[in-house]
Design a protein around this ligand. Structure first.
Ligand code: ZDP
Length: 279
């Protein structure tokens, strides 16, 4: 038997998309998702994303990381999902889709220039919401020392539905991501593991970020991570609320709105190919 899939990417953060609207649960297992994500023995991707029906809100997103774990949210992935829905001919309401996720309702808007602007909701800042044990549960974690790999790093944590740990450094190229990223990911201070972002401030409206993703390792881009990066930089008074985040795969524009506390993320999403995978 085979299953039809579409492969999309957002700034090189790539996903296998499956139209799962006919079934209430993902039609492939986490184990099979791991195989499909393999770049040598499979299709190759950072994750597998399922479009499901949602009785209340019309549509729902589920996602497996390339290690088979299931994150709450995925910023680049939801832009790809919005493009996938457009390609499936699903109508928008005033240019927008409303999608239920593990981080609540997320609203991508299809821009006229082909980009997608996503209302990513509000960031969560309290230690218990990340979750992290670095502070008491209802305290923020801003510029807190943490020992990892025999070195003390100053970290700021933010949840966009999924956990992120940001470290400001002078030069992102000097960080050995593979070596240190995995140590942050599995550090006992993060009971649900964490995504880790190393951030270099270029100026108050432009920062460079390199990411080690929970469950996926080094990727070319991370949408939730770009949002969390700007929140962390604002909390440390290092950048403005409107800021471009440069990632290995390109740029994402982030706006942390003052009045509503919500974050808008703008970036591309591209169809790469479609195919049928054997199961
Ligand atoms: O939180 C996690 O386990 C992430 N690996 C989920 C994927 C995040 C993503 N890179 C993004 O763009 O937000 C897809």
């Amino acid at each position: 038997m085979s299953i039809a899939f579409s492969k999309y990417h957002g700034l090189g953060n790539d996903f296998i998309l499956i139209d799962n609207r006919h079934a209430p649960e993902p039609i492939i297992s986490a184990e099979l998702a791991v195989k499909w994500c393999d770049r040598n023995f499979g299709i190759g991707a950072d994750g597998v994303i399922f479009l499901l029906n949602d009785s209340e809100h019309g549509h729902q997103m589920r996602i497996y990381n390339s290690d088979g774990s299931e994150p709450e949210m995925c910023g680049n992935g939801i832009r790809c999902l919005a493009k996938f829905m457009q390609d499936l001919g699903i109508p928008t309401v005033e240019g927008k889709y409303t999608i239920q996720t593990g981080a609540g309702l997320i609203v991508p808007q299809m821009d006229v220039d082909g980009q997608v602007t996503v209302d990513m909701g509000k960031p969560f800042l309290m230690a218990a919401e990340i979750p992290t044990t670095l502070r008491d549960s209802n305290h923020k974690v801003i510029d807190v020392p943490l020992e990892v790999g025999g070195k003390t790093w100053n970290v700021t944590t933010v949840s966009m539905g999924n956990p992120h740990c940001m470290i400001f450094v002078d030069n992102v190229e000097s960080i050995n991501l593979a070596e240190v990223g995995v140590l942050f990911e599995h550090h006992p201070a993060f009971p649900k593991r964490t995504n880790t972002e190393f951030v270099e401030i270029v100026d108050r409206s432009y920062v460079k970020m390199r990411v080690w993703e929970r469950g996926a390792g080094a990727t070319l881009a991370c949408g939730t991570g770009a949002c969390a990066t700007v929140v962390a930089a604002v909390l440390n008074d290092l950048c403005d609320r409107t800021c471009t985040v440069n990632l290995p795969g390109g740029d994402l524009k982030i706006d942390w709105l003052e009045e509503s506390d919500r974050i808008l993320m703008t970036g591309p999403a591209e169809l790469v190919f479609t195919g049928n995978a054997l199961i």
